[in-house]
Design a binder for this molecule. Structure first.
Ligand code: ADP
Length: 378
């Protein structure tokens, strides 16, 4: 039983002085969302976005001040950028108490202001873990949708490894005419924006969570997306709090879960399904990536990962199985070169698979639209 209280925490933080303002961070109203669970403490320090890169010493000092209190087992302080007007509230970090699941925030906290109002449908491409080919799938599906004559955007929200620009052969930074609204990057007929343009690569992970939330908002609000039929969102891998919050921040019409055939990945895929359920986002289906190996020399197929697992699992869970994509060096080489296979080899078997899945997704979205017409109130 720890005797530490919120008052003790604020008392300790009141001894930490903001170096630029010369006052303590409690009096300045910078402390937000103090959480305390069985000696584990978490809180956010709200700062001006421009100052964030220089405030790591302040953040550490605040953590140390609280750590020194008797009964405190761990402290997590994160810097959070000031809320922009009309933005959804940035969720405060959770105090880490082992064995306690974080409560799922309902969808009730959806942002009030329409985000990217010209976008008809947002779909998430998600995976239970990294390295399963989520971004490769997102990019090829986006290009597959574009080949149907649709207007498509890709929003790269993968904090851990934003790779969409590289896969689309995009380099440089997005342009802005007025310093406020960014122009999306363009490649192969689709528009693209990446969290990698807004959150510098060397940003320590502890800052990323809160920065990412405001970067995500910025990518939806402050980018000149124009009219789009579908925005494909490349989610960060995994099913933790960051992913859950993101799934909540974007008005998703549906999600696609990418999985490899290994059982462990399937378990993760199941977690993905549960996560989207929590936030009421329908899962449009599973895609099995690296499903089987096709020898580049003899064309022979070998099922190195007990192929077919995702299909079986999808059936079991009552989720549509959208298709399988083999492990083929051509898929990697083409996206490494910035021209994904749907563009580089449009007649190939693999490009056809991606287009078939894209067609099915568009069918499902169209059906949704017919079932629930969008009512716009002026
Ligand atoms: P994730 O987004 O899940 O982390 P990526 O899409 O970045 O995964 O893929 C990880 C690596 O695997 C990349 O080098 C990519 O080119 C490669 N890759 C993805 N799918 C395939 C595939 N079907 N065949 C061959 N290589 C693939």
């Amino acid at each position: 039983m720890s005797g530490v209280s919120e008052k003790d925490i604020l008392g300790a933080l009141a001894r930490v002085i903001d170096p630029d303002k010369g006052k303590d961070i409690v009096a300045l109203g910078m402390i937000q969302g103090v959480q305390l669970r069985e000696g584990h403490v978490a809180f956010a320090i709200e700062v001006d976005r421009a100052r964030a890169p220089n405030l790591e010493p302040l953040r550490r000092q605040a953590e140390k001040a609280v750590e020194a209190l008797p009964g405190v087992l761990s402290v997590t302080a994160v810097l959070t950028a000031e809320k922009a007007q009309g933005a959804a509230p940035v969720r405060a970090p959770q105090a880490a108490a082992p064995g306690h699941a974080h409560p799922a925030p309902g969808r009730g906290q959806a942002p009030q202001k329409p985000l990217a109002p010209g976008v008809k449908f947002f779909i998430a491409v998600a995976s239970g873990k990294g390295g399963v080919g989520k971004s490769t799938t997102a990019v090829n599906l986006a290009l597959g949708l574009e080949s149907l004559g649709l207007k498509i955007g890709v929003l790269d929200a993968d904090i851990y490894g934003p790779s969409v620009p590289r896969m689309l052969g995009i380099s440089g930074k997005p342009a802005t005419a007025d310093g406020k609204i960014l122009e999306p990057m363009r490649a192969h007929g689709i528009k693209c924006m990446s969290i990698g343009f807004l959150v510098p690569e060397d940003t320590p992970m502890i800052w990323r969570g809160p920065m990412v939330m405001s970067a995500l908002q910025q990518m939806l609000r402050d980018v000149n997306w124009g009219e789009l039929d579908v925005m494909v969102v490349d989610m960060p891998p995994g099913t933790g709090d960051a992913q859950l919050t993101m799934a909540q921040q974007v008005p998703l019409a549906g999600a696609v879960i990418v999985s490899t055939p290994q059982d462990i990945a399937l378990l993760d895929a199941r977690r993905g399904l549960a996560m989207f359920k929590k936030v009421d986002v329908p899962v449009l289906g599973f895609i099995e990536n690296m499903s089987y190996f096709k020898c580049p020399h003899c064309g022979e197929r070998s099922d190195i990962f007990s192929h077919g697992g995702a299909h079986l699992e999808a059936d079991k869970l009552g989720v549509e199985f959208l298709g399988e994509v083999p492990l083929d060096i051509a898929i990697r080489e083409t996206s490494d070169a910035g021209t994904p296979i749907v563009i580089a080899q449009p007649q190939s078997e693999h490009a056809q698979v991606y287009r078939r899945i894209a067609t099915r997704i568009w069918e499902m979205l169209g059906a949704k639209q017919r079932a629930a017409p969008k009512i716009v109130v002026e």
